[in-house]
Design a protein around this ligand. Structure first.
Ligand SMILES: Cc1cc2nc3c(=O)[nH]c(=O)nc-3n(C[C@H](O)[C@H](O)[C@H](O)COP(=O)(O)OP(=O)(O)OC[C@H]3O[C@@H](n4cnc5c(N)ncnc54)[C@H](O)[C@@H]3O)c2cc1C
Length: 437
């Protein structure tokens, strides 16, 4: 006999964004069921996140969302409103230095910062060297591969300037962040079903009806939200909504590396995050005197698109490890390449314009929080709220496609225009080409 459950809303995926959506829908008083095929919250791509919290985005809504989002992490316990204060992930304020390079103009970023009101300093090369003597302020860009002889060339010049955001930082444990949100969602009445795979989306008369699970059980609900991370395209295919989308995210394999910082720098206490477009990396301190290193997709680095997220090789590439550590070693003096490679492999759900989709679909009742493009961990709590507001508006008859829902940030009072994250947005205008989004 097959089991049938009913709910007001089904959230597909219990990553950091799915758990945040479940929380906000439950806080609206809906009976929410969140389903994940893995064994717990945050076990998917969230688990490999670098969890960097920064504000450098290419759209005003993106910057506003990240700035509003930072306040959730800063007030984490209050946001969760759980009866306990232990076992919560931490937001570590380190500040972030963003080093622009030839071809990536800092002016539009600084204009958006001014519009949104993000405190920042623009520092010259000598000012950077004075504040962080361990940093080499040479200009090396554009980024190069190790096989390129010019990789080792001396700096062409000093960095003209860089932007320092003192409020940026990182979240100490991204998987725990998802679990914290799932606990808060449960406390608001949501239920979670783990080790349960969704294999079909049911629909009738242009409206979603519910989902079928691999164990033969079904759940009926008038609202279904696709938050399946790198598997989002499969869920959209099940729902038959891909044809109606202008932006279709796809899975991309990514490696993130860990290497020791020079011990004399005491990077645990003194380390900052660096978005180094000049050298093609981002990096942040990691406990134990380490540095987490990722890439920012410079033109010379190949992108690894994959068909099946579950088949992504979990083995780190030795050459890529060396390349990325050596790029950081040009900036952080005294840094060396360790004898053994360390890091994690993750999969982005990447859009062509590195911008997420927070939207409805052409199928009534079926919504999407997808295409997080390696840059939406930071926005998970505010994305949960935006999705809940969007769903409430659309279910009450609002025509979001023609009159986009605007969500007011409860911490900053900023307007976040969700039209920016439409599935129907144009890709003609160029737009961002890397994980900065
Ligand atoms: C290597 C890496 C580094 C990153 N660094 C940063 C960073 O520094 N800062 C930042 O802001 N963002 C970063 N990101 C992005 C950020 O981590 C993601 O945007 C975020 O974690 C995505 O959360 P999610 O809940 O959408 O997806 P996921 O965490 O992937 O969750 C999706 C869930 O859906 C489940 N699922 C899929 N299909 C089904 C199905 N058929 N049935 C049931 N369940 C299903 C999966 O099991 C999974 O648990 C990074 C991402 C990666 C991969």
């Amino acid at each position: 006999m097959t089991e049938t459950q009913t709910a007001d809303a089904i959230v597909i995926g219990a990553g950091v964004i799915g758990s945040a959506v479940a929380l906000e829908l439950a806080r609206q008083g809906r009976n929410v069921v969140c389903i994940d095929k893995l064994g717990g919250a945050g076990f998917g791509s969230t688990s490999s996140s670098s969890a960097v919290i920064r504000f450098t985005y290419s759209t005003k809504a993106g910057v506003a969302m990240a700035w509003e989002g930072m306040h959730y992490w800063k007030n984490w316990a209050a946001h969760l409103d759980l009866a306990r204060s232990g076992g919560l992930t931490e937001f570590k304020h380190t500040g972030m230095l963003t080093i622009f390079s030839d071809g990536v103009d800092d002016a539009p970023f600084l204009t958006r910062y001014a519009e949104v009101g993000i405190p920042h300093e623009v520092l010259t090369g000598p000012e950077i060297a004075e504040r962080w003597p361990a940093l080499d302020v040479g200009r090396y860009g554009p980024p190069k591969r190790l096989e390129d002889d010019s990789f080792w060339d001396e700096a062409t010049d000093q960095l003209p300037s860089a932007c320092f955001d003192e409020m940026a930082g990182f979240v100490s444990d991204p998987m725990l962040a998802a679990q914290n949100l799932a606990d808060a969602a449960r406390a608001s009445g949501a239920s979670f079903r783990f080790s349960s795979e969704i294999v079909a989306i049911r629909k009738a008369d242009g409206r979603v009806q519910g989902v079928d699970l691999a164990d033969g059980s079904t759940i009926d609900a008038p609202v279904v939200v696709n938050v399946a991370g790198p598997h989002s395209f499969k869920i959209n295919t099940m729902a038959g909504v891909v044809e109606g989308m202008n932006v279709v995210p796809k899975p991309m394999r990514r490696e993130v590396y860990v290497a020791p910082a020079p011990p004399e720098l005491d990077w645990d206490s003194n380390g900052i995050m660096i978005g180094d477009i000049d050298l093609g990396t981002y990096n942040r301190p990691e406990r134990g005197g380490n540095i987490v290193i990722g890439g920012v997709e410079p033109e010379c680095d190949p992108l690894e698109w994959i068909d099946e997220p579950d088949d992504a090789s979990m083995v780190l590439d030795e050459d890529e490890f060396q390349l990325h550590v050596l790029r950081v070693a040009r900036r952080v003096t005294g840094m060396g390449v360790p004898p053994h490679k360390r890091g994690v492999v993750g999969v982005y759900d990447a859009s062509d314009d590195w911008t997420p989709i927070y939207d409805r679909s052409d199928l009534d009742g079926f919504y999407m929080a997808i295409g997080s493009s390696g840059n939406q961990f930071k926005n998970a709590p505010i994305a949960g709220r935006c999705m809940a507001e969007l769903i409430r508006a659309v279910e009450n008859g609002h025509d979001h496609d023609n009159d986009p829902v605007v969500v007011k940030g409860q911490h900053t009072g900023l307007d976040i225009n969700l039209g920016t994250f439409s599935r129907n947005r144009s890709l003609d205008g160029g737009g961002p080409t890397n994980v900065l989004g």
